[in-house]
Design a protein around this ligand. Structure first.
Ligand code: FES
Length: 322
């Protein structure tokens, strides 16, 4: 597997590993020589090569003001593809982990005058970094709504019970019963001028927040999912890719990815996660509008690059720099 230059990985040492809730483990990572780590802002994530070799992205939950360490909180997902299991089962304190530089696709807006922060389950990780950042800033009001099944599955409960956060944090347990889900409508019925909404959690939570904020300004609603959008969409259409260097034209059907079609045509493209999170399969986009479904590209990169493992075309054709 070839990683793009932008994904230079460095070894960091696991200085602390602790279980902080049911199936949720906390990892603190430091430079082996004690040097400061690359700076970041709340909401950032880092690419990680987990011990079994797979690439994953994890949000940082640490305080972005302190670059002596990064902290991750990872849920052991028994139904997942093995990345979290490898990280939790195969990594011990003192071990080395290959980690890339932080990137932020979920940044707190300078324009926001207040914040509504929503987390479902392990989606609390970037939200914790935001809480720490906004607490340190001490200027703009914020409220946190954190949805978990029960107390045992609630990470960071002690920190969120800090008296300094009194009145700003609501933790709601639904006991796994949809009838006990929090009523989000009361938060969103009346748009709050200057407020920005940040939501990280399972797809159901994000879909509900998206549905209920249709009357809010688009640029005030921000989402971060745990992984990229790999599910087929009901309105997916077939499209064509043209390879500019060879002139070859290939058809991408519904249910196929560009990466699969390229591999079938013996066109070599690096890949690893095949879920839009590792950054390996970045390809230059020369024309056409992509439907970006990855977690890697920054907004300013999206007109000229595309991750071929998950993204599709908005129109009939994309011309790729291959
Ligand atoms: S293979 Fe990892 S982003 Fe495409």
């Amino acid at each position: 597997m070839t990683l793009p230059e932008s994904l230079d990985l460095k070894p960091l040492t696991v200085s602390r590993k602790a279980q902080i809730a049911r199936d949720i483990f906390y990892f603190e990572l430091r430079d082996p020589g004690g040097l400061p780590l690359a700076p970041y802002t709340a909401g950032a994530h880092v690419p990680v090569r987990v011990p079994n070799g797979a690439m994953r992205q994890y949000s940082l939950c640490s305080d972005a003001q302190h670059t002596d360490h990064y902290a991750l909180a990872v849920k052991r997902d028994a139904a997942g593809r093995g990345g979290s299991i490898s990280l939790i089962d195969d990594l011990a304190e003192g071990d080395s982990l290959m980690v890339g530089e932080p990137r932020n696709l979920f940044e707190l807006s300078d324009k926001a005058r207040s914040f509504i922060l929503l987390a479902g389950g392990i989606g609390i990780t970037p939200i914790m970094a935001m809480v720490r950042s906004l607490q340190a800033e001490g200027m703009r009001p914020f409220k946190v709504y954190y949805f978990t099944r029960d107390a045992e599955g609630t990470a960071f409960a002690a920190e969120l019970a800090d008296p300094e956060l009194a009145g700003q944090v609501r933790i709601h347990h639904d006991q796994g019963d949809p009838a006990k889900a929090f009523d989000l409508w009361k938060l969103f019925e009346k748009p709050v001028s200057g407020a920005h909404v940040y939501c990280c959690g399972p797809q159901g939570l994000m879909d509900a927040v998206r549905d209920m904020t249709g009357h809010w300004p688009d640029n005030a609603i921000h989402f971060e999912s745990f992984g990229a959008d790999t599910r087929p969409h009901a309105d997916d259409q077939p499209f064509e890719i043209e390879l500019a260097q060879s002139g070859q034209r290939l058809q991408v059907g519904v249910g196929q990815t560009m990466l699969q079609v390229l591999q079938q045509a013996q066109v070599m493209v690096a890949s690893s996660c095949e879920s839009g999170t590792c950054g390996s399969c970045k390809v230059g986009l020369l024309s056409g509008e992509a439907d970006h479904r990855d977690q890697v590209l920054l907004p300013e990169e999206r007109a000229s690059q595309v991750m071929v493992c998950v993204s599709r075309a908005r129109g009939e054709r994309l011309v790729l720099d291959l």
